[in-house]
Design a protein around this ligand. Structure first.
Ligand code: MRU
Length: 351
């Protein structure tokens, strides 16, 4: 297996992040030495993509604990509570962020209940953050395997945004994991990548990482997919997700809903690939998923170049929700869930 993109890493010097804002023209690694820097890295999109945000938050807590200079477990608990709040305030939609923060807090509570010392707890938190990262990569490997089986030889797959190694703990990715899995199974797959305005994750990141792995990719603007589907050139759509509600409604990058409607119209399967850390059984339907709104400048400007008249009204939703009836299947590390999702997703947590 040749895949090796890992966007975030733990090191003795701090948390290392590949600065995704600069890709594809520059590959620069940042060393983040404090939890505030990790939080800023998430907020400012140095790292992005739901599972990658979760892994980064876990490292942020481990780093904050490592840097803690107090001596009592009670003070460390306060510090971790504060760090968790700072990290939780970075981005609202990707539930992996809150999942990872919760898990690290549960790990802290278990260590405290076991009577561990401050230095022991620091080590335990670091070990758990590393485990979250390893488990995420293993989940993507299984998603790749299960999802790869859904694709046929010589299929052309449309994807939206970047749900690749860059958006996860690394190596496989979710949607791109499915594609890598099919390629690994010996299938000839080519990809059509939506550029994904306004932040251009498809153009900048998906195109880059597929080219790194020698998987054929063609870039299109977001408004071309209907025409290409109508021509019969796409056999499957595969996307990732930032949060899947208990009923199978899927929040993902803005524009995903449009693609799902088009796929339905053209009888093309619409697959969602995501680890169970993206499935939020506490959110009953997509209507309750908080949708991030981002700065107007992402719409009015590209790389500092002004595209729209000064002062024009702007809406910049970062995500939308695809209703579950447009979703052919949800691929997780536990297998392929199909409608009714309220039952099939719940069952995956129980298995
Ligand atoms: O705003 P972003 O770049 O963090 O949005 C990312 C996406 O929408 C991805 O499709 C999603 O997180 C799934 S990543 C495996």
């Amino acid at each position: 297996m040749k895949y090796n993109i890992i966007p975030v890493k733990w090191s003795d010097e701090g948390v290392l992040m590949l600065d995704q804002r600069l890709l594809p023209t520059e590959e620069k690694w940042l060393t983040l030495k404090t939890y505030d820097e990790v939080a800023a890295g998430i907020k400012d999109m140095v790292v992005r993509g739901a599972p990658a945000i979760g892994v980064s938050a876990a490292y942020g807590i481990a780093l904050g604990a490592k840097n803690f200079v107090g001596t009592t477990v009670a003070d460390l608990e306060d510090e971790i509570g504060y760090i968790s709040e700072v990290l939780a305030a970075t981005r609202p939609t990707a539930v992996n962020l809150f999942w990872a923060i919760d898990r690290m807090n549960r790990t802290f509570q278990a260590a405290k209940a076991d009577g561990k010392s401050v230095s022991e707890i620091k080590e335990i938190l670091k070990t758990d953050a590393l485990a979250i990262h390893d488990e995420d990569i293993e989940s993507q490997r299984l998603i790749a395997q299960f999802g790869g089986e859904l694709l046929g030889d010589n299929d052309t797959v449309l994807t939206h945004c970047n749900a690749g190694a860059l958006a996860t703990g690394g190596v496989w990715g979710t949607a791109l994991g499915v594609i890598r899995g099919a390629v690994d199974q010996g299938k000839n797959i080519s990809v059509i990548a939506d550029e994904t305005r306004p932040y251009l994750q498809g153009a900048r990141l998906t195109a880059w990482e597929l080219m790194e792995d020698d998987i054929p990719v063609t870039l299109i603007t977001d408004n071309m997919s209907g025409h290409i589907m109508k021509k019969g050139s796409i056999q499957a759509v595969v996307v990732g997700s930032d949060r899947i509600a208990a009923n199978g409604d899927v929040a993902n990058k803005i524009g995903t809903y449009m693609v799902a409607v088009l796929a339905k119209r053209h009888g093309i399967p619409f697959y969602v690939a995501a680890p169970l850390s993206t499935v939020d059984l506490n959110t009953p339907t997509g209507d309750e998923i908080p949708i991030e709104e981002r700065d107007r400048i992402e719409v009015t400007h590209v790389k500092g170049h002004q595209l729209a008249p000064e002062g024009v009204g702007i809406t910049n939703y970062a995500f939308d929700v695809t209703p579950n009836d447009l979703v052919t299947a949800i691929i997780t590390e536990k297998g392929v869930a199909r409608a009714p999702y309220t039952e099939s997703l719940k069952k995956q947590f129980e298995d």
